[in-house]
Design a protein around this ligand. Structure first.
Ligand code: ADP
Ligand code: NA
Length: 302
């Protein structure tokens, strides 16, 4: 049995529900306001832990109340947060979200401490990782930190789960280490250099990307996901879901996939479970807030 180490972002999400988002210069009153823990890295770490993996989270927060909330929530989920750096003079990452009556989000992310994660932080935190560890990262931290995770994975015989979200171009050697690279359809199209995703069949897009990394998973929303290993493309449907809130579904997917791989499963056999977990997460509100219900749905009292 291996462990999971997630290197990534942690945010406090501040969410206002509004009739419609304000136009420039305008002030609107919110119908309601809520706060929740987020950030792709922390979401994935919490999801993996609630699904039974032994998980460590590596990242940074500010020396402020939001940072305290991040660290106590990691502890409450059973995630080892001892490698989270607490930085003076930098705020904890924040996402400012307005949700309109139509359910559409507008989001501003202030990266704060997440932008201060360095390659040295990563190297220090991962210095002793055993071979077979599942290392997970995403793109809400600096390029140098992502590259360091890929380097450590290659150097120590660890497995790299690379979630290229939010999408930005990656160096070829970082991509080459991914096993799997996890992207949604839009990110897959961006990686393929395809400006209009509808023009090309997603299987062909995925197969094209597969030549640049060890394996690829493309998530397809309500349609599930597909995995490409070598030249084999396997599609896996999602179960029907009552959609309440899809926030954090992609992160639930990545966390569940990492938990399955750390438990010694193959990518192909873990895929249906990761889809089941992500699809269960859309049935309740919030990102991390929906993960306990997700875990109950897919792990009936194990
Ligand atoms: P992202 O949220 O990163 O854009 P997707 O939309 O592809 O990623 O969703 C990731 C996973 O979440 C899917 O593979 C699926 O398991 C689940 N999911 C997302 N939306 C739905 C939905 N409407 N119904 C059922 N499952 C969903
Ligand atoms: Na949810």
């Amino acid at each position: 049995m291996g462990d999971v180490v997630v290197v990534g972002s942690a945010n406090l999400d501040r969410v206002a529900r509004v009739a419609r988002p304000p136009a420039p210069g305008e002030t609107v009153l919110a119908a309601s306001y809520s706060e929740g823990l987020g950030g792709k890295g922390m979401n994935q770490a919490v999801a993996a832990a609630l699904l039974g993996a032994s998980v460590r989270f590596v990242g940074a927060v500010g020396a402020d109340a939001d940072g305290d909330r991040v660290r106590s929530a990691l502890a409450a989920a059973g995630v080892d947060g001892s490698a989270v750096r607490v930085l003076d003079g930098v705020p904890t990452g924040t996402a400012l979200v307005t949700v309109g009556a139509d359910g559409d989000n507008a989001i501003v992310v202030a990266a704060g401490a997440n932008a201060a994660v360095t390659s040295a932080d990563v190297e220090r935190a991962l210095a002793g990782v055993p071979a077979g560890t599942v290392l997970v990262t995403q793109l809400e931290i600096p390029d140098e930190a992502v590259a360091a995770v890929a380097r450590v994975a290659a150097g120590r015989g660890a497995r790299l789960v690379l979630n290229a979200a939010p999408y930005r171009p990656l160096p070829a050697d970082v991509l080459a280490a991914a096993d799997p690279l996890v992207v949604n359809e839009l990110e897959a199209a961006a990686l393929a250099g395809d400006a209009s995703p509808a023009d090309r069949d997603v299987d062909a897009v995925a197969a094209g990307i597969a030549g640049r990394c060890r394996s690829v998973v493309v998530t397809l929303g309500a349609a599930g996901a597909l995995v490409v290993e070598g030249t084999t493309v396997t599609r896996c449907p999602a179960p029907p879901a009552d959609v309440v809130d899809t926030t954090g579904a992609g992160d639930a997917f990545v966390g569940a996939l990492a938990a399955g791989l750390a438990a010694g499963r193959t990518l192909a056999t873990t895929l249906p479970d990761a889809i089941a977990a992500a699809s269960a997460s859309v049935g309740s509100p919030g990102a991390q807030a929906s993960y306990p219900a997700m875990a109950r749905a897919v792990r009936p009292r194990s």
